[in-house]
Design a protein around this ligand. Structure first.
Ligand code: HEM
Length: 501
């Protein structure tokens, strides 16, 4: 009886304190996502736990406007000016508790919290990912032509036998083979299109990690500790993990051995990274440097493998559902047969249908929907010209909520590449501002130009000579999982191929 009285008294005290705290808090004028959010994070953590966070944000912003309170000190933002332009500037640090829960290892660029450390690392890595470098890289030319050749061999077989192909897996293989070749040189590239065993290892490792992402990012200490015991941080499949680490060690050692004699025309990213680290700190012990480079490369490989695998396979899926757009794309690709002084990489910029198809898939199937939380600096900030948000508030945005906003994108759920071709220049520029697949600001993705070139060249390889269509026998759920990295729920996307020439 005494326990009940004490418990009730404590509860009443907690409610009074929460109400008083909320009345004093600078967030009280912002619309609430749920009646409980001024007092507790439970609602936010429960939608994250149940894998509903990004889809919920789409509907919340449609109902409540561009700024919505989702926790006692958490705000969701869904507009460009006075919104993501402000909160994704270099003044706002990443939210350490979220990003450190997200990854098994830290110390690489995505997980860096403070902006000074991040700026130094980004300067070391960014050059070979710049647009001009990507367009003119002979290393990337040669690895892309090798992967395209392998892909053509595969398609010839699938088309002649009428095989139902898991294009998600094939897309992941393409991306792993391209990224490993760009990072470590053709001599160290994987060849998973030919021998997919190694890709399976990586998919197994990624699946185990992403399976617990929603738990790790929704539980708060000390529960994160218990979640690690039930699987959050347990090393997945030690055999696959061992093979992956052994491969990474071998290619880094080999790249280091070849580095002194490599001509610039065949330089890999490893060569650039090594020179940058050496220039920044000539006395850095070799082992430290090797492990810094290894964790960065590990991250770039997995972003390419999963992120681009998702994007390429969904582009193929959407084209298979819409034969008219597939025909329009092919008509455009056949113009590439005309002689030109420009390389294929440079000619990609002259293909508006290809660009519209890719951009529309980036909009409707963003592989990393969010939420990318940032912490408001002590000076506070003002959002949409009317909400003064105090320092320490966690602000975040979701790519899906921005992309499914019906104002810039009428009928947002429809995959309609034509929306990018039918509008005037000003409207187009406005629509482009809302595309947030690769984030924005100081911490935007460094892989954007690499991703665009690789995606588009592989689509040229596929749709110049082949048609893809739905496999009627495939009934898997192709919707995306609502988590930080959003693969198809079925784990696969099956299509068939037909040769056209
Ligand atoms: C479709 C594929 C990809 C998507 C959707 C994607 C998306 C993103 C997003 C949204 C961010 C911002 C994250 C944040 O604010 O916390 C980011 C950052 C980053 N991405 Fe990507 N990415 C993709 C491919 C790649 C590739 C291929 C690479 C490798 C080269 C890469 C390397 C990075 C790095 C290093 C960062 C951190 C940048 C920084 O902190 O300055 N990404 N990516």
């Amino acid at each position: 009886m005494l326990a009940v009285v004490v418990g009730s008294a404590l509860l009443i005290l907690w409610i009074i304190a929460s109400i008083r705290r909320n009345n004093k808090c600078g967030l009280k004028d912002i619309p609430n996502a749920h009646f409980s959010v001024p007092y507790s994070r439970l609602w936010l953590l429960s939608i994250r736990w149940r894998k509903l966070e990004n889809r919920s944000r789409i509907h919340l912003h449609r109902r409540l406007g561009p700024v919505v309170r989702i926790g006692p000190r958490d705000v969701s933002v869904n507009c460009i000016d006075d919104g993501i332009r402000t909160i994704y500037s270099s003044k706002f640090d990443k939210d350490a508790s979220f990003y450190h829960a997200l990854f098994d290892q830290t110390g690489f660029m995505v997980t860096m919290i403070g902006n000074d450390e991040h700026r130094r690392r980004r300067r070391m890595l960014a050059h070979p990912y710049s647009n001009s470098y990507i367009l003119n890289s002979q290393t990337l030319d040669s690895i892309l032509s090798r992967v395209s050749r392998r892909l053509r061999e595969g398609m010839a077989g699938w088309a002649s036998t009428g095989t139902s192909v898991d294009v998600y897996q094939q897309a992941k293989c393409c991306m792993l083979d391209v990224a490993s070749g760009y990072l470590f040189g053709s001599e160290n590239a994987t060849d998973t299109l030919q021998d997919p065993g190694f890709e399976n290892d990586l998919t197994t490792l990624t699946k185990t990690t992403t399976k617990y992402l929603h738990l790790r990012t929704s539980l708060i200490w000390p529960m994160t500790y218990f979640s690690s015991l039930i699987g959050g941080n347990v090393l997945p499949d030690p055999v696959a993990r061992g093979r992956w680490e052994a491969w990474l060690t071998r290619v880094i050692t080999d790249s280091y051995r070849r580095h002194p004699t490599k001509p610039p025309s065949t330089a890999s990213l490893f060569d650039h990274f090594y020179d940058s680290f050496k220039a920044a700190d000539p006395d850095m012990p070799l082992n430290d440097m090797a492990s810094f480079i290894a964790v960065e490369c590990d991250d770039h490989l997995s972003a390419s493998h999963i992120g681009l695998g998702i994007l390429l396979s969904y582009t193929m899926y959407e084209l298979s559902r819409d034969p008219d757009w597939q025909r329009a794309l092919r008509k455009e690709l056949l113009t590439l047969a005309k002689p030109s002084d420009k390389s294929l990489a440079h000619r990609l910029a002259d293909l508006p249908v290809l660009d519209a198809v890719v951009t529309e898939t980036m909009r409707t199937r963003a592989p990393c929907p969010g939420p990318f939380p940032r912490v408001v600096p002590d000076s506070g900030c003002r959002l949409v010209g009317k909400f003064d948000v105090p320092g320490g508030t966690v602000v975040s945005s979701s790519a899906w909520a921005l992309h499914f906003n019906p104002v810039p994108f009428p009928s947002p759920e429809e995959w309609r590449p034509g929306r990018w071709l039918e509008v005037d220049g000003n409207t187009l520029a406005e629509m482009r501002k809302w595309i947030w697949t690769f984030g924005s600001g100081a911490r935007a993705c460094i892989g954007t130009h690499f991703s665009m070139r690789v995606m588009k060249e592989l689509l040229v390889t596929i749709y110049t000579d082949y048609e893809t269509f739905l496999d009627e026998g495939f009934t898997g759920n192709v919707e995306q999982e609502d988590t930080f990295s959003s693969s198809p729920l079925a784990g696969c996307v099956k299509l068939k191929f037909r040769r056209l020439t």
